[in-house]
Design a protein around this ligand. Structure first.
Ligand SMILES: [Fe+2]
Length: 398
C-alpha cells in the first residue's frame, strides 16, 4: 500500500541544547526575534533562560508571554500583529503544544496576511515561506517540534482545526531534556501518555508505513521503560526524562503520514467540547482502545503489551492479547494516577450525546480526504465509541 511519510525538520537534541538557541538564530541570519510562551513557562523561569540565550548571541528580542491554552485564532493573530509591527525576522516558541502552535501561527502570519482562518484545513491550503522558526518543547509529549503544522481553535465554530504548509514549518526543533526536569507530576503523566498515544496509535494505524512503524515501536519501548520512572522520580532521574523526551520526539515523527486514531479522535472531542487538557483527554481511553483494536492488529498490540511489562503466551488469540494489553495499560494509568472522567466532573450522558457522533464524523471525513482509507484499523461505529466511553468512564477510576 502506498502511504506518505514526510521527513521532519532538523532536531537539536540533548541536555543543555537550548543554550544554543541564540547561536542557531544567528546562523539563520536573524537579528530581531519574537519569543512566544505562556505565563507558566515564565513562572518556571524557562522563558527568561531562552530570552537570555538569544540576547547573549547579540540578537534583539521581543516577547509574547500570553499564549492561551488550545490557542484560539484571535490570540495567534494578536501575537502575529505584534510580530509584524515590530518587523521581527525570526520566531521562537517555547513551552507545550500551545506555545509551539502559537509560534507556528505567528510565523505563518508574518508572510501570509490575516485572517488566520483562511489557512485552516489539513490539505490544499497554499502558504508562502516565512521567517525562521525554532520551537523548544518543555514537556515530553506533543512532538510538535517535528510536526509540519499546528493545532488552532477556530473561535467562530468552537472547534479545533489546523494550519500546515511551508508558511508555518519548523526550521529547527531544540529538544533539551533539562527543561522538563521540574515538570509537575500531572503534566509528566498526561504529556507522557500523549506521547505514548502518538506512538501506539500511529504504529497500529491502518495507514502505518515501515518508517513510521520503526519510530513508533521505539517510542512505545521508551515509554514502557521510562514514563513511570519520570513520574515517580522527577528531576532525580534525568535518564528517564531524556528517554521520555526522545519518545515524544519519535512520536511526533511517527504520526507523519500514519496519523493517530481512536484515542486522539475521542480526546479531541473531549478537549473541544469539555475542555479536558489534550494529553489527558487522549489517554483516558487507552486500555479500552488497545483491547478493541487487538483483534485487528494482534502482533502489534502484543508488542505494546510486552513493552508495558506484560507476558503474552505464544498462540494467544487477538481477544486474549487485547485483555492482556488492557490490563497492562490500566496498570500504567493507575501508576501515574491519571484522574478518571468522573473525577473531572464529566457526565456520562453528556459525553454520549456528543462524542460518538463527532468521532464517526471525523473518521468519515478522513475516509473521504484520504481516498477511501482512515487511520483506525477496523470499522468505527457510534456503538463502538459509546462502548469505549462507557467502559473507560466506569473502569478507569484511580
Ligand atoms: Fe496528541
Amino acid at each position: 500500500m502506498e502511504t506518505v511519510f514526510n521527513s521532519p525538520n532538523p532536531i537539536l537534541f540533548g541536555p543543555g541544547a537550548s543554550k544554543a538557541t541564540g547561536q542557531k538564530l544567528k546562523e539563520f541570519g536573524c537579528t530581531k526575534v519574537m519569543v512566544v510562551f505562556d505565563p507558566g513557562i515564565k513562572k518556571a523561569g524557562i522563558a527568561d533562560k531562552i530570552v537570555e540565550a538569544v540576547k547573549s548571541a547579540g540578537l534583539e528580542v521581543i516577547t509574547f508571554g500570553d499564549v492561551q491554552a488550545d490557542p484560539p485564532d484571535w490570540s495567534v493573530e494578536q501575537a502575529g500583529n505584534i510580530a509584524i509591527a515590530e518587523k521581527v525576522d525570526g520566531v521562537v516558541g517555547v513551552g507545550g503544544g500551545s506555545s509551539m502552535d502559537t509560534a507556528k501561527g505567528v510565523k505563518l502570519l508574518i508572510a501570509n496576511p490575516p485572517p488566520l482562518k483562511q489557512y485552516f484545513g489539513r490539505t490544499g491550503v497554499v502558504t508562502k515561506p516565512s521567517v525562521p522558526l525554532i520551537v523548544i518543547p518543555t514537556t515530553a509529549g506533543t512532538g510538535s517540534e517535528c510536526t509540519p503544522g499546528g493545532t488552532i481553535t477556530n473561535s467562530e465554530l468552537g472547534i479545533k482545526t489546523n494550519i500546515s504548509g511551508v508558511g508555518c514549518a519548523v526550521t529547527l526543533g531544540i529538544v533539551d531534556p533539562e527543561l522538563t526536569a521540574s515538570l509537575p507530576k500531572y503534566v509528566t503523566a498526561t504529556t507522557g501518555l500523549d506521547a505514548f498515544c502518538h506512538c501506539f496509535e500511529s504504529y497500529t494505524s491502518a495507514m502505518a508505513n515501515s518508517i513510521s512503524s520503526v519510530l513508533g515501536r521505539e517510542g512505545i519501548r521508551l515509554v514502557g521503560k521510562y514514563l513511570v520512572r519520570a513520574y515517580e522520580n522527577g528531576s532525580d532521574d534525568m535518564e528517564a526524562r531524556e528517554g521520555m523526551q526522545l519518545a515524544a520526539t519519535l512520536g511526533g515523527m511517527a504520526m507523519s503520514g500514519a496519523f493517530c486514531h481512536l484515542c486522539h479522535d475521542i480526546g479531541r472531542s473531549l478537549g473541544a467540547k469539555f475542555h479536558v487538557p489534550h494529553g489527558h483527554g487522549c489517554s483516558v481511553t487507552v486500555p479500552q482502545v488497545l483491547q478493541v483494536i487487538a483483534p485487528a492488529q494482534p502482533e502489534k498490540v502484543k508488542y505494546i503489551a510486552e513493552c508495558l511489562g506484560a507476558q503474552v503466551p505464544d498462540g494467544a488469540t487477538g481477544e486474549e492479547i487485547g485483555q492482556i494489553a488492557y490490563d497492562a495499560a490500566h496498570d500504567l494509568l493507575k501508576k501515574v494516577n491519571l484522574p478518571g472522567m468522573a473525577s473531572l466532573g464529566l457526565k456520562k450522558e453528556e459525553l454520549l450525546a456528543q462524542v460518538p457522533d463527532e468521532v464517526v464524523m471525523q473518521v468519515e471525513m478522513e475516509i473521504k480526504g484520504f481516498g477511501g482509507i482512515a487511520p483506525p484499523p477496523m470499522p468505527v461505529t457510534k456503538e463502538l465509541i459509546a462502548d469505549i466511553i462507557v467502559r473507560a468512564y466506569d473502569e478507569n477510576n484511580f
